[in-house]
Design a protein around this ligand. Structure first.
Ligand SMILES: [Fe+2]
Length: 405
């Protein structure tokens, strides 16, 4: 947080101390980028000759003989086959077992089958499982209806074993790519939190930031996609600091001009790290532009006014408020009232979006908000902090479930 520069040692490093990081050499940084790029590149992850492992396939067909037929076709593959005679049994298995592919006979009652596909694709836990529909019914109408409902592929009887095996293999390969991307994103989030936690002073900065940013987004009536981007931005906005040497990141004195240039690069380096992940596209402007200033004197692009992405402006206010109300080794925590006054002062100086700052200050002054969040942002005793953290994590988990539905 570069916005309260004084010559007091350490204060200029307010933001610098906000996040710790492993000291990565350029080679390690490159390697990390390559891992992410590889994760986003199917070819880099999957070799055609690589065995698919023991993928789980769920067969949904009311006729035992049909299930036996498919099992026979797939018996040479390294698959674990689960069977369900109806959709109810199928959902029970989906609840209790990891499934990589669903092969379902088109239901005699088309509505059931369509609803089956829709339900799988609308549940966050199962939406990435591909569905292969097998049918003896010819005609585009059925196919279109099923594809519209979430089915991924169609095979029309009589089945050609070689085609079934190839189609299954392809769908499982694609599923593995999707799984790898999800894993890469999970790793990225875990890494971001680890970086934050390395500096004990920042406590649970990421979680608080996510909670504050989403609260402001909600107050502004933003759509769920934006709230989700803010939630993710709370964790990932400073991930570029992984590329900043500790000697600069943790320097207690003032940074010289060269060191500041390195420090400022955490914005575009963070964007570079997350760019391979398509799902993080809405978060990229937050990562890149969370240090811009309303009057154009920020970095890295010197954007001003509304050309600064709204989500970046939101996260920035939350970041400032959290840094001010947190205790650090070189400063005590400011009270919420003092923090609000400082943000208003910055808005008056032309650094922050005045209207957004007004809404934010109104939000954190609201008695309900204060009651709910006071413990979360207090630098109090450990026990209080733990209880507050548990409550906040529970509310974040529920918020995240809601957003990811
Ligand atoms: Fe930052």
């Amino acid at each position: 947080m570069e916005h309260f520069h004084t010559n007091r040692p350490g204060v200029n490093g307010l933001e610098i101390s906000a996040v710790g990081s492993p000291e990565l050499c350029p080679a390690a940084e490159t390697a990390f980028g390559e891992i992410l790029a590889a994760a986003a590149t199917p070819r880099a992850l999957l070799n055609d000759s690589e065995p698919l492992g023991r993928a789980s396939i769920l067969l949904v067909d009311r006729t035992d003989i049909n299930r036996q037929l498919i099992k026979g076709i797939l018996k040479a593959g390294p698959y674990r086959i689960l069977e369900a005679p109806d959709t109810r049994a199928a959902f029970d298995l989906l609840e209790s077992e990891p499934v990589d592919l669903v092969i379902a006979e088109m239901m005699p009652a088309a509505g059931d089958g369509l609803e089956f596909c829709r339900r799988i694709k609308s549940d966050r836990r199962t939406r990435l499982i591909p569905i292969l529909i097998i049918t003896s019914v010819q005609g585009f109408d059925n196919e279109v209806a099923y594809l519209d409902s979430g089915a991924d592929e169609f095979l029309i009887k009589p089945l050609q074993p070689a085609i079934v095996r190839t189609r299954v293999k392809t769908m499982l390969r694609n599923k593995r790519v999707v799984d790898s991307l999800e894993e890469a994103e999970t790793i990225l989030f875990a890494l971001a939190v680890t970086i934050e936690q390395r500096d004990k002073e920042t406590g649970n900065h990421c979680q608080r930031l996510a909670a504050l940013s989403v609260s402001l987004g909600k107050a502004l009536g933003l759509p769920d996609e934006d709230l989700l981007a803010l939630y993710r931005g709370g964790y990932l906005h400073d991930i570029g600091k992984i590329a900043i040497p500790d000697a600069i990141l943790f320097k207690r004195g003032l940074l010289n001009e060269d060191e500041w240039a390195v420090m400022r690069s955490h914005t575009w380096k963070g964007e570079q790290i997350c760019r391979p992940m398509r799902s993080l596209k809405p978060v990229l402007p937050i990562i890149r532009n969370h240090h811009e200033r309303w009057d154009g004197t920020g970095y890295p692009d010197g954007l001003c006014g509304e050309s600064i992405p709204l989500l970046s402006r939101i996260l920035q206010l939350a970041d400032i408020y959290d840094a001010l109300t947190s205790r650090r080794s070189y400063k005590s925590a400011y009270s919420p009232e003092e923090a609000v006054a400082m943000i208003e002062k910055e808005a008056g100086m032309g650094w922050r979006d005045p209207e957004l700052a007004r809404v934010f200050c109104e939000m954190v002054r609201d008695p309900n908000f204060v009651t709910h969040s006071a413990a979360l942002f207090a630098a109090g005793e450990d026990e209080t902090e733990n209880a507050a953290l548990q409550s906040m994590l529970a509310s974040l988990a529920s918020m995240s479930r809601e957003l990811l539905k």
